[in-house]
Write a protein that binds this ligand. Structure first.
Ligand code: ADP
Length: 627
């Protein structure tokens, strides 16, 4: 604004105007904030690269740099990027055209830091700096130690020196090819290389004891022909090919692909982008790390740190990286590789491929196994509990039988007395006959037969009692219900007649089969019949108990015991099954409760009802045995 003012006036007026313009300028300069270390420099970075900007190597340097810069959230930074393409264009005239071009292009751009990639770039920047970017600090990368020493850089130039060691690549060749005999060098002339230039000098020492096939600087046609027929136990050390010396230029990736396509031996490379393209890998320069390193240094400078106080360091951007697919091809195992190697493009194994599926299946199997073992445990526990409850039931039933036996003891005694009495009478009669002068032996024989019969009868009574009182474990088998009930009625017949009770059993027309324990079911029926006899004790006559068995549909059978006693008070019909419910003087009140437990253990049901005035009826239904 000030300048256009000066151009518009002349004479003394012009003089005044000039002075005022000067004052305005001074004021503006004073008013404008000074660039302090704290505020940092202009946040523009000019990145100059030696190679072709379209190649993957530079793209990765640039993206590492950009990522590093954008990670700094303190302010926005502008990145300019220029590719010098020095491998294809060189000479004074070209350099001069670049200088003019950049001078023009960046005239108004307030550059804060220049990032120079490659020693060729750094050299040009050094040459142009005073004129194009005076005082602007420089950060360099992709410069080897020899070039760094040669360039004698001022102290406002900092960066990291990249060291690639040929011996490391030869070491990898030895690891990859057992009993390595030959190394084959493929690449541009050493003096045309950027960071591998020193390898030419390192060859004699690094390859001691090995045959060397030197294809450095050979034409692509020649290289392709030779690498096709290399001897066994050889490995190719590939540096970089930009041009084949006949005027044909290749991008580094293309140059490599042309070689890899023909090579009959593993190729050890030195740049990360080539690992993916058919080489086995090697100690490779990772361009992303070079970019990241440069970004760190540039940011330090932008934040106000003087470049002169940032020491030049050795770069850590060379890493052992390998291609798993090529390792398979050349039968190289991971343990052959240098310590800390990274293996890429690994084909996922079954586990990696189906990790989630495998985990899910394993989880399902595990849960299933867990459920099964829980269920088995539960089943085991239930079986134990059932066994335990049956044992208890057996105990109870036995106790109940003993109690019943006590009740029956008088009639049993009566039952025994009868044959014993007859035996005594018969014995006395036999004695009399035998004491007579002419004993009738045939009569004695008959008497003895009677004695024998009565003895058998008495022992049957004892046997029945014994088997009744036997403590037997629960038996689960098919039983005939009619037979089961009939046996109880037979057993109680003597007792009934002693108590003046008529017993009637009305079996079903057809046989009924149920499953369970016969002794326990007989116990239930006996309890019911004895209870009926007890209930009728007070009625003077017409004492009768009827037992009945019948089918109840196709799946169960019902046993009913009816008597002509006083019946059960309606409100007590359920209560009578409760433990210790009794209305008898000597009663224990456990007969019906045990009976219900036994019936339930047979998956059946027992209930009481009054059919009509003075007829108590007990029913128990049992599932039929499956045929
Ligand atoms: P207990 O015979 O020791 O009393 P139970 O459990 O066998 O024990 O019987 C419980 C009660 O049920 C009896 O005391 C009686 O009051 C009643 N009872 C059982 N059977 C009959 C029946 N046939 N008629 C009337 N009452 C009965």
């Amino acid at each position: 604004m000030g300048i256009s003012f000066i151009e518009a006036n002349g004479g003394s007026e012009a003089m005044i105007s000039r002075i005022s313009a000067l004052l305005i300028c001074v004021t503006l300069v004073l008013a404008s904030p000074p660039v302090t270390a704290l505020e940092g420099r202009s946040r523009s970075i000019l990145v100059l690269d030696q190679s072709q900007s379209t190649g993957p190597f530079f793209l990765q340097i640039f993206s590492g740099l950009r990522a590093g810069i954008s990670a700094d959230a303190s302010a926005h930074t502008t990145l300019f990027s220029e590719s010098l393409d020095l491998s294809r264009f060189d000479g004074e005239a070209y350099d001069e055209s670049l200088r003019r071009h950049f001078g023009e292009k960046y005239r108004d751009k307030n550059i804060g830091v220049i990032v120079a990639m490659g020693s060729g770039t750094l050299e040009l920047v050094q040459r142009w700096r005073n004129e194009l970017w005076p005082g602007i600090p420089v950060v360099f990368g992709m410069v080897d130690a020899a070039d760094y020493a040669r360039l004698k850089l001022p102290n406002d130039v900092t960066g990291s020196i990249l060291k690639t060691v040929l011996a490391d690549s030869i070491g990898v060749a030895r690891a990859v090819v057992p009993d390595l005999e030959t190394v084959v060098f493929v690449g541009d002339h050493w003096d045309r290389q950027n960071v591998f230039g020193s390898w030419g000098l390192e060859i004699p020492q690094a390859t001691a004891g090995l045959n060397v096939i030197d294809l450095v600087g050979a034409t692509m046609v020649e290289v392709r022909k030779r690498v096709e027929a290399l001897p066994a136990r050889s490995a190719i050390i590939y540096s970089a090919i930009y041009s084949d010396g006949e005027g044909t230029y290749f991008s580094p990736a293309k140059g490599f692909e042309l070689v890899a396509e023909k090579a009959n031996r593993p190729i050890i490379v030195a740049a990360e982008p080539l690992v993916a393209l058919g080489s086995i890998g090697g100690p490779v320069i990772v361009p992303g790390l070079i970019g990241a390193d440069a970004a760190k240094l540039a940011l330090r400078i932008l934040h106000g740190e003087p470049a002169s106080s940032i020491p030049v360091t050795m770069s850590d951007a060379v890493k052992p990286i390998f291609n798993w697919l090529q390792m398979q091809r050349w039968r190289v195992s991971e343990s052959d590789l240098p310590f800390g190697s990274e293996v890429r493009f690994r084909e996922p194994g079954i586990w990696e491929k189906y990790r989630w599926q495998t985990l899910s299946v394993a989880a399902v199997l595990l849960i299933q196994a867990l459920l099964i073992s829980i269920l088995l445990h539960e089943r085991h526990r239930r079986a134990n509990a059932e066994r335990e409850s049956r044992n208890r039931l057996t105990e109870l039933a036995h106790a109940n039988r003993q109690a019943t036996a006590g009740e029956l003891s008088s009639s049993i005694a009566h039952e025994l007395n009868q044959p014993l009495g007859t035996i005594l009478t018969n014995t006395e009669t036999a004695e009399l006959i035998l004491n007579s002068p002419s004993p009738d032996l045939s009569e004695v024989k008959e008497i003895l037969a009677d004695i024998k019969r009565d003895d058998i009868r008495a022992s049957e009574v004892i046997h029945r009692m014994r088997s009744f009182l036997r403590r037997v474990p629960f038996e689960d088998k098919a039983i005939d219900l009619n037979d089961t009930v009939r046996k109880v009625f037979d057993f109680l017949s003597v007792q009934a007649s002693a108590r003046n009770v008529a017993l009637y059993f009305e079996p079903s027309g057809e046989p009924i089969q149920v499953r369970g324990d016969q002794v326990q079911l007989q116990q239930v029926i006996m309890n019911l019949v004895v209870n009926s006899m007890d209930a009728m004790a007070a009625i003077p006559n017409g004492r009768a108990v009827i037992g009945r068995t019948e089918m109840n549909g196709g799946s169960s059978a019902v046993i009913s015991i009816l008597d002509s006693g006083p019946g059960i008070p309606a409100e007590k019909l359920n209560e009578v099954f409760d433990p210790f419910f009794t209305t008898k003087k000597q009663g224990m009140g456990i007969g019906l409760s045990i009976s219900r437990t036994i019936v339930q253990a047979h998956k059946g049901r027992i209930w009481a009802e009054n059919q009509r005035e003075g007829v108590a009826a007990f029913h128990l239904s049992l599932p039929l045995a499956l045929s």
